[in-house]
Every structure is written in structure tokens, then in C-alpha cells.
Design a protein around this ligand. Structure first.
Ligand code: PMP
Length: 329
């Protein structure tokens, strides 16, 4: 089934909602849903790549586990477990006609129209689950992957773990991300880096950050109010296999300026080099050697041209899953 085109994007024709497949245009919510008023959602961002061996979702299980974790933190008991989300995603992609896509699972507090609840207390609102898919290109631009981007340190502090846990990928966290992103864009930068409430480097508005210094790979620890990024984990495992020394430690703002190399990681951003911070050139001002080495390895792995580190299975092949389903039917 072919999806429809919206502007330059191809949209998956169906949206999964609570176990059913709806037409894209029917996946709508009421304006008085709890999520609209109070930001009560958790979500994921996942990519399905067209690989040398067919379409495959990258680290689907890990993403859906993080979705479950985010929902648990916010006491959103979904009727659907990790496997149900994985199966629904595969079915959605298989039926969409899209070879590659971005996947957006979402658990939110909706509105029971027969027994509406309009207050902050979330317990009276139903927990609804959705998955939508669409085709999405490079988040920070094609050219950025090679040449790097110009970023700034944000004047906004990253959310802190005792108020809005960054460990959960909650919709409301992205109000903080939006402040960071808007400030960056209006200042003529592609992205902003937030410091945590102690003043240490945290992350970008939608990316984790890595420094390379003296051949070592350095990144903020999970305690620095960061999302436990799945691309971050992939990069750490790739680096470990390549024999690169890894240091997870608190990083001062000034260390960003003095790094040999800097890059962002994320499902949308993939691995994007940073060539300047606050208009100070980082290293040689182009993609560094270690960044390029890790990037090449990463792209080979996601396209199934190289195996994942240490024999891990990072792909869910759409065709395999469909065959298994037919065989067991
Ligand atoms: N930090 C934030 C705030 C993000 O939104 C993202 C994107 N999900 C990341 C880090 C990177 O996470 P991942 O590699 O799992 O996409």
C-alpha cells in the first residue's frame, strides 16, 4: 500500500492505535486530551533503514524497552508490552510500501469522552498507544554528516533529574529542548548544547555529545541529565571493539572549545560532527579522524554491511519477521 505525500515527505498510510490500524487521517485526538493540556506523553524515535539485506529496523527492542521504561516512570500502564510494540511496528512497515522510514511510537494520556477528566491528576485519563511512520532524511542536513555543524552552548539549563527526569523520553522534556533549539537557530547556529544544573555539559536538544581528546572518547555520564541514547550506546560499543579508550566523566564547557574532535549522536542526527562551538573552531574545523572512523563503522553496521560489535543483533529485518509470521500462521 502506498503512503501519501505531504510536502516532500512520504507518510505511512496507517497509524497503529491500541492494537488497531487506522487510516493516517483518522489518527486524531480531542483538544481536551490530558496530553494536550499537561504534556503527558512518552515516545520514541526509531529508524528503519533500507539495507543490503532488505528493510531493517535498527535496535527496535532497545527502543521499545526505553519506551516501556519512560512509561513506567510516569505510571502510564499501557495494555501493550514491548513485544506488542515491536510486532505492530514491523506490521506497519511491511504494509506501508516504505523501504526506509522514521518510526514514532507514542504512549499518551488521552480523553475518555464519556467520563472526561480535565484536571492535572492524570489517573482519570485513559492511556493510549500509537505508532506512526514516515520517510525522513538527515535531521541536521546531508552535508552536516561530512562537514559538521556550528553549535552554541545554550543559556538554558538542561532539565534536572529531580524535576523532569531526562532518563524518560517524555514529550514535556522537549519544551526544554525547544528553548535550546530556538535560541540556537535564532543565533545562527544549527543546534545548542545544554549544561546541566551543576554547569557540566549535558547534551544537545535532541542528541548526545562526544569529545575526542588525545585519542580518547569522552562523553558525559548518565548522571549529567542526559537521555540514555541508543546511538550513544552503539557508539560506545563500536569504540570498545575498535580498542578506543572510553571515558564517561563530567565535562566543563571550556573543554568543548579545546577538544580535538566533537560530535553529536542520535537516531535522527546519527553521527554528526561539530566544527565550532560559540564560534570557536573545534580542532581542525572539519570532521576529525576518529569521528570519521566511528561514523564509517556505524553507517556500515546500520546498512548491514558490517556485523554489530561483539556479535550483537541490532537489526529486525521486516521480511524475516513477516516470513516467521506466515510460517507460524
Ligand atoms: N538526547 C535527547 C534529548 C534526544 O532527544 C535524543 C534523541 N532521541 C538523544 C539524546 C539520542 O538518543 P537516541 O540515540 O536513542 O536517538
Amino acid at each position: 500500500m502506498a503512503g501519501k505525500d505531504v510536502a516532500t515527505m512520504k507518510i505511512g498510510p496507517k497509524v497503529w492505535k491500541n492494537g488497531k490500524f487506522l487510516d493516517w487521517d483518522d489518527a486524531r485526538i480531542h483538544v481536551m486530551s490530558h496530553v494536550v493540556n499537561y504534556g503527558s506523553s512518552v515516545f520514541e524515535g526509531i529508524r528503519c533503514y533500507e539495507t543490503s539485506k532488505g528493510s531493517a529496523v535498527f535496535r527496535l527492542t532497545e527502543h521499545m524497552q526505553r519506551l516501556q521504561n519512560s512509561a513506567k516512570i510516569y505510571r502510564m500502564d499501557s495494555a501493550f508490552d514491548r513485544q506488542a510494540f515491536c510486532d505492530a511496528t514491523v506490521e506497519l512497515i511491511a504494509d506501508s510500501g516504505l523501504e526506509s522510514c522514521y518510526i514514532r511510537p507514542l504512549i499518551m494520556r488521552g480523553l475518555d469522552e464519556d467520563k472526561p477528566s480535565f484536571g492535572v491528576n492524570p489517573f482519570g485519563s485513559p492511556v493510549d498507544a500509537y505508532i506512526a511512520i514516515w520517510q525522513w532524511g538527515k535531521y541536521l542536513g546531508e552535508e552536516a554528516i561530512e562537514n559538521g555543524i556550528d553549535v552554541c552552548v545554550s543559556s538554558w539549563t538542561r532539565i534536572t533529574s529531580n524535576s523532569m527526569p531526562a532518563m524518560a523520553k517524555a514529550g514535556a522534556n522537549y519544551m526544554n529542548s525547544q528553548l535550546i533549539k530556538m535560541e540556537a537557530i535564532l543565533g545562527g547556529f544549527s543546534e545548542g548544547i545544554a549544561l546541566d544544573d551543576r554547569g557540566y555539559v549535558s547534551e544537545g536538544s535532541g542528541e548526545n555529545i562526544f569529545l575526542v581528546n588525545g585519542g580518547k572518547l569522552i562523553t558525559p555520564p548518565l548522571g549529567a541529565s542526559i537521555l540514555p541514547g541508543i546511538t550513544r550506546d552503539s557508539v560506545l560499543q563500536i569504540a570498545r571493539e575498535l580498542g578506543i579508550e572510553i571515558v564517561e566523566t563530567n565535562i566543563q564547557r571550556a573543554a568543548l572549545y579545546l577538544a580535538d574532535e566533537l560530535f553529536f549522536t542520535g537516531t535522527a542526527a546519527e553521527i554528526t560532527p561539530i566544527r565550532s562551538v560559540d564560534r570557536i573552531t573545534v580542532g581542525s574545523g572539519k570532521r576529525g579522524e576518529i569521528t570519521q572512523m566511528i561514523q564509517e563503522k556505524f553507517f556500515n553496521i546500520i546498512l548491514a554491511q558490517s556485523p554489530a560489535p561483539f556479535g550483537a543483533q541490532w537489526h529486525t529485518f521486516i521480511a524475516d519477521s513477516e516470513e516467521k509470521k506466515t510460517a507460524s500462521a
